[in-house]
Design a protein around this ligand. Sequence first.
Ligand SMILES: [Cu+2]
Length: 121
Amino acid sequence: MMTSATCRSLGFPSGFRCLGIRLAVAAAIVLPLGVIGAHAEDMKVTIDNFTFAPAELKVKVGDTVTWTNHDDIPHTVVSAGKFRSKTMDTDNDFSFTFTTAGDYKYFCSLHPHMTGMIKVE
Ligand SMILES: [Cu+2]
């Protein structure tokens, strides 16, 4: 616990104000972490019948998208230079956490006509 003498030496006029500042500093450290933790979501894209659903998905920075392959043939999820899944067999999934805003076009490298888009804002 900081004493008022310590506060005065730091230029604060009273112990009360010093405590208030300490609480504000503590809140400033804790609150952003809480907001980020509460806000991050796990979004899902399914692969069914050679189609990504939804084909276009809007997420927020910090969200994680999980693709799950429901077809009985393998697929991949590839966004050039951004992310690349391994080959997913039936019911396998792949997750990627988006930390930068932007439009991420992706496709299946085994069936390049299969395309999708993640919009990160
Ligand atoms: Cu495929």
